[in-house]
Design a protein around this ligand. Structure first.
Ligand code: CTP
Length: 472
C-alpha cells in the first residue's frame, strides 16, 4: 500500500530532494506514521531516519529550505533537529543499537533500516515510509505494526526483555500508549515489565514524569494507573498511591479501597477538565489517608486531618520526582487541603456564610475545587449520589449570588489599617488586627454587608468595646 497521502506536507519533498543530493536512503518513521494511520490530528514532531548521517541530511535540508533554519546538532546521540513552521524535525542515522538517551556508550554502529526498526520500542512505532524519489510513500512494516494498530496492541519488535532492558523507560511508554490510545499490552510484554520493574530506578525522574503526565492527560487515566499497579511499577514511582490500596476490616467495620476510589475520581474529573494540575490534585487528594488511618471502637475508621497531612505530602512527592516546586505545586496543595470542604457543606444545609467562607479561602480556585469535589462523589448509593449533586448545585448557585453581593473572592478589607489608626489615634498595635478580624468575620458570617459604611460603624463599636477613643 502506498502512503503518499501522508506526505502532503511540503517539507517531505524538500527532504526527498536533499536525500537524493546526498545519495542517502531516507524514511519518515515512528510517531508521525503511527498517528497518521490512527488519524490523531496533524503532527508537531517528525522523525526522519537516514541510512548514513542524519546530521549531514539535516544540514542539507536546512540549506534547501527558503528560510534556512538553524540546525541543532546533538553530537553524542548523532542526531540533529530543525524547526520548519511549527514542526520539529528530528534527523538520525540508522543504527544497530538502541535509542537510549541514558546509554553509557552512545557511540553507535551504523545500520540498515531493518536494524534501526529492530531497536525501536514498539511495532506501532517502527513503521517507516520511504522518502526516496523512486519509492516515495512506500510503507516498510517488518513487524506487522499495521495489524497491531488495527488490533489495538502494544508489542515490542524484539523479545520484550531485550527491548525493555535497552531502555527501561519503555516500560512506562508501553503503559502510557495503552492509556492514551486505549490499547492492550501484549501478554509477554506485560510479564516482562513485571520482571524488569526494578530497572525503572536507573531512569531519571524527569523522563518518568513526562510519561506520568501523559498518562494523567489521557482520556481515561485509570487505564494507565491500573497497569502501573499491576506490573508493580507504581510502588517505585508513587508509593503514596499504592499505600491507599486495600480494605481493612475490624469488628465487621470496613472502609473503602481508597486507591480504586482515587482512580474513579481522576477518571471523573478528566471528563470535565484538561487541566493537568487539577488532574494531579484529584490523583493526590486522598494520599493523606494512609498515614492518618485509625480504628476507633465506637465510630469505626477515621482519617482525621488527612487533608492537611496530604497537602504536606504533596511537597515531598513533587520534590522527590523533581517536579516544579512553584505555584503549580501550591495549587495542588491547596486543592488537597480544601478537598473535603464542599462535601461537608453538601452533607448539611448549605448556608450563605459557609459558602462565603469557602469562596474566601479558595479565592480564584473555587471553580476548580468544585470540579474536584463533584468528581469525588463516587458513592454507589443513588439516593446519596443525587443528594450530593443537588446540594453542589445549590452551592454553585450560592457562590454566584454571594459573589455578586459581597465580592468575597480576593477579599480586600473595606476598612484599612490606616483608617483604624487615624480614627482612634493609634500607632501600629495588636488592636488594629483585632478590629480588622472582627470586621472580616462579620462580613463572612453575613452580619454586615461588605461595604465601607457598615464596616465603619462596626469598627467604632468594636473600638469602644476595646476601650479606644475615637479622635473625633
Ligand atoms: N523511541 C524508542 N524508544 C524510546 C523512545 C523513542 O524506540 N524510549 C522511538 C520510537 O520509534 C518513537 C520514536 O523514537 O516512535 C520517537 O520518539 P518520541 O518522539 O519520544 O515518541 P513518539 O512515538 O513520537 O510519540 P509521542 O509524540 O506521543 O511522544
Amino acid at each position: 500500500m502506498n502512503y503518499k497521502q501522508a506526505l502532503t506536507h511540503p517539507i517531505f519533498k524538500v527532504i526527498s530532494q536533499s536525500a537524493k543530493e546526498l545519495q542517502l536512503d531516507t524514511y519518515v518513521i515512528g510517531g508521525f506514521v503511527r498517528d497518521y494511520i490512527l488519524q490523531r490530528g496533524s503532527a508537531k514532531d517528525i522523525d526522519i531516519v537516514a541510512i548514513g548521517s542524519g546530521i549531514e541530511l539535516a544540514k542539507q535540508v536546512a540549506k534547501n529550505l527558503p528560510n534556512k533554519p538553524k540546525v541543532q546538532v546533538f553530537k553524542t546521540y548523532g542526531t540533529a533537529m530543525l524547526r520548519f513552521e511549527d514542526i520539529e524535525i528530528e534527523f538520525v542515522g540508522a543504527r544497530k543499537e538502541s535509542y537510549n538517551e541514558n546509554s553509557r556508550n552512545p557511540i553507535v554502529e551504523n545500520g540498515t533500516l531493518e536494524d534501526d526498526q529492530n531497536r525501536r520500542d514498539f511495532t506501532i512505532n517502527a513503521l517507516a515510509i520511504d522518502l526516496s524519489l523512486e519509492n516515495f510513500g512506500e510503507l516498510l512494516d517488518p513487524f506487522n505494526g499495521i495489524q497491531d494498530l488495527k488490533d489495538a496492541i502494544i508489542r515490542t519488535p524484539l523479545s520484550p526483555d531485550i527491548t525493555y532492558s535497552d531502555d527501561p523507560l519503555r516500560m512506562m511508554r508501553a503503559i502510557r500508549f495503552a492509556s492514551q490510545l486505549d490499547f492492550k499490552i501484549e501478554e509477554e510484554s506485560l510479564k516482562a515489565i513485571s520482571r524488569n520493574k526494578e530497572r525503572i530506578n536507573i531512569i531519571t525522574k524527569e523522563r518518568i514524569v513526562v510519561e506520568l503526565n501523559k498518562i494523567i492527560e489521557s482520556p481515561k487515566p485509570s487505564i494507565g494507573f491500573i497497569l502501573l499497579e499491576k506490573t508493580g511499577l507504581l510502588s517505585y514511582i508513587l508509593p503514596e498511591l499504592t499505600a491507599l490500596k486495600g480494605i481493612d476490616e475490624i469488628e465487621g467495620q470496613r472502609h473503602k479501597d481508597n486507591f480504586y476510589h482515587t482512580l474513579e475520581v481522576v477518571d471523573n474529573i478528566s471528563k470535565n477538565t484538561d487541566n493537568l494540575w487539577l488532574r494531579w490534585a484529584a490523583l493526590l487528594h486522598d494520599i493523606g489517608k494512609a498515614p492518618t488511618k485509625k480504628f476507633h471502637k465506637k465510630i469505626g475508621w477515621t482519617f482525621h486531618g488527612h487533608e492537611f497531612k496530604g497537602s504536606k505530602m504533596v511537597y515531598q512527592l513533587f520534590k522527590r520526582l523533581k517536579m516544579p516546586l512553584n505555584e503549580k505545586m501550591k495549587f495542588v496543595q491547596k486543592m488537597v487541603l480544601m478537598s473535603s470542604r464542599p462535601i461537608v457543606l453538601a452533607e448539611d444545609m448549605v448556608t450563605d456564610s459557609a459558602v462565603r467562607r469557602l469562596v474566601f479561602d479558595a479565592g480564584d480556585y473555587v471553580e476548580d475545587l468544585m470540579l474536584l469535589c463533584e468528581a469525588d462523589i463516587t458513592t454507589k448509593n443513588p439516593k446519596r449520589f443525587k443528594k450530593y449533586h443537588n446540594n453542589f448545585k445549590i452551592v454553585r448557585k450560592k457562590i454566584v449570588e454571594v459573589e455578586e453581593r459581597d465580592q468575597i473572592r480576593n477579599f480586600q478589607p473595606p476598612i484599612s489599617g490606616e483608617v483604624i489608626m487615624e480614627t482612634f489615634n493609634l500607632k501600629p498595635c495588636r488592636e488594629i488586627g483585632a478590629i480588622k478580624e472582627v470586621i472580616k468575620e462579620a462580613i463572612l458570617e453575613g452580619d454586615i454587608p461588605n461595604e465601607y459604611e457598615a464596616a465603619y460603624q462596626l469598627m467604632l463599636k468594636e473600638g469602644e468595646r476595646l476601650g479606644l477613643k475615637a479622635s473625633k
